[in-house]
Design a protein around this ligand. Structure first.
Ligand SMILES: Cc1cc2nc3c(=O)[nH]c(=O)nc-3n(C[C@H](O)[C@H](O)[C@H](O)COP(=O)(O)OP(=O)(O)OC[C@H]3O[C@@H](n4cnc5c(N)ncnc54)[C@H](O)[C@@H]3O)c2cc1C
Length: 423
């Protein structure tokens, strides 16, 4: 039987995007989010490609562009703050034909959530504790609410997904740790400000960077190359101690940035990992976004790939005869594309925090070289373009053939024929 009710665990990027497209297709999503409200915070992420196109289809592009930032320059400085390498961000815009913006992850999540909050059932402060599948659906147990049955359950609950653990097993089985840790936080009133410029300083094994936001706020990104240290992300005191150990130095603005940690907003800390799974679905349970195929925090593409996955998963659920058929199609449409993205993203992480002085020097020369039009064309075009044509799920819903006498024939054959662009 075709699925109708869908429980989505996680209201980050993938969750609300999935809820939006399910609603468009006439299905009933319920969103469950562990946090008490949509989570703000996070870094500035770059947003382009098919994710950008899908957000445009959702009618949200004006809001995204308004909330976004026009990056002007990536600037790398030395210990005295002198520019040693830079890249004019125009090269990114040229490679994406101007369809590119930088936006705070929290703002993007908020815009996606606002598109569904009044139309979908949303439970905050809630989480899934058990999933029991039978022929008729999935019986879901919650932390607080009574158990309920759904046709399909989707884990959109990020890198440390609970739905993945309950359905496929422990995280370690699927996590590919890339050897870096990342901390992100925001502070008010930080000086100096460099509008539109991403300013970064690197020492072997660590990089510290800042970007000026509106409302006199600055967001900081601290990266360490570190295979050993194990810190619980939610233990903010341990995270602070660790950051002091790794970044306390008279170089550049390191001390000043560490001082901003006191009283900062939304300290976020995590391992830089990918999630690699042989399959993203089992029975009536599926994963989407970071839960299924995290490319890593440093890939800069996690949000766009989450939106793409949500669009395809909702489209397939709307058209298949059974949940299992839909989930198998979802994986076959996107599997090769997303796995290739993960392979490419693995190399990107290493460029953020080279482990040696020579590595930093080579990285800085590469940044400079990207400013050369021919190099930019070759490298960025290859890395930025999304080489897949997605099925046009909207075309499936739209056609209502009025027939020669102007009478709607109901389920016209046109409505179930293959859509243009279907692989
Ligand atoms: C606070 C935060 C900051 C981030 N900062 C950056 C960044 O600076 N740069 C970057 O590239 N990426 C960042 N990311 C990751 C980035 O957002 C993802 O790569 C991308 O958005 C994929 O989206 P997603 O919806 O799959 O996962 P996420 O955006 O991580 O969303 C997952 C959602 O699920 C919720 N959740 C988790 N567990 C449960 C549970 N058991 N039950 C219910 N809900 C649950 C989370 O609270 C979250 O709202 C950040 C993620 C978060 C949550």
């Amino acid at each position: 039987m075709a699925p109708k009710t869908v429980l989505i665990s996680g209201a980050g990027i993938a969750g609300p995007a999935l809820a939006y497209w399910l609603l468009q297709h006439g299905l009933q999503p319920t969103l469950v989010e562990r946090a008490p409200r949509p989570r703000t915070g996070g870094y500035i992420i770059d947003f382009w490609g098919l994710g950008y196109d899908i957000v445009e289809k959702m009618g949200l592009l004006p809001a995204v562009l308004q909330a976004g930032y026009q990056l002007g320059e990536v600037r790398i400085v030395n210990a005295r703050g002198r520019r040693v390498s830079h890249l004019n961000a125009e090269v990114f815009r040229a490679a994406t034909v101007g369809r590119y913006t930088s936006i705070s992850r929290g703002e993007l999540a908020g815009i996606l959530f606002s598109a569904v909050e009044t139309r979908a059932e949303v439970l905050f402060n809630e989480g899934v504790t058990a999933l029991a599948e039978d022929a008729g659906g999935v019986l879901v147990s919650f932390e607080r609410s009574p158990s309920r049955r759904f046709d399909v359950v989707v884990g959109a609950d990020g890198l440390h997904s609970t739905v993945r653990r309950l359905t496929f097993g422990p995280e370690q089985r699927f996590e590919k740790f890339l050897g870096y840790n990342v901390a992100v936080f925001r502070a008010r009133g930080y000086r100096p400000r460099d509008e539109g410029i991403y300013v970064a300083y690197a020492r072997p094994g660590s990089q510290i960077a800042r970007f000026s936001l509106r409302d006199d706020r600055t967001v900081f990104l601290l990266i360490t190359a570190d295979h050993e240290t194990q810190i619980e992300s939610h233990d903010s005191e341990a995270v602070r101690r660790y950051l002091y150990q790794r970044f306390d130095s008279p170089d550049w603005e390191c001390r000043q940035i560490l001082e901003s940690l006191e009283g900062c907003e939304d300290l976020y800390f995590d391992r830089v990992s990918q999630i690699r799974m042989p399959h993203w679905w089992k029975g009536r349970v599926a994963l989407v976004g970071d839960a299924a195929y995290a490319p890593s925090l440093l890939a800069g593409q996690g949000a766009a790939l989450a939106v793409i996955g949500a669009y395809v998963l909702a489209g397939e659920l709307s058209r298949a005869g059974s949940a299992e058929q839909a989930l198998a199609r979802y994986e076959s449409v996107l599997g090769p594309f997303l796995r290739n993205k993960q392979v490419a993203a693995e190399g990107v992480a290493a460029t953020f925090a080279p482990r040696t002085r020579l590595g930093i020097f080579v990285r800085n020369q590469m940044v400079k070289a990207l400013g050369l039009p021919l190099v930019a064309k070759l490298v960025l075009r290859y890395n930025l373009l999304d080489r897949i044509t997605l099925p046009d799920y909207e075309a499936r819903r739209a056609p209502v053939d009025l027939g020669p006498a102007g009478q709607a024939p109901g389920n016209s054959p046109a409505a179930s024929s293959a859509a243009p662009g279907e692989p």
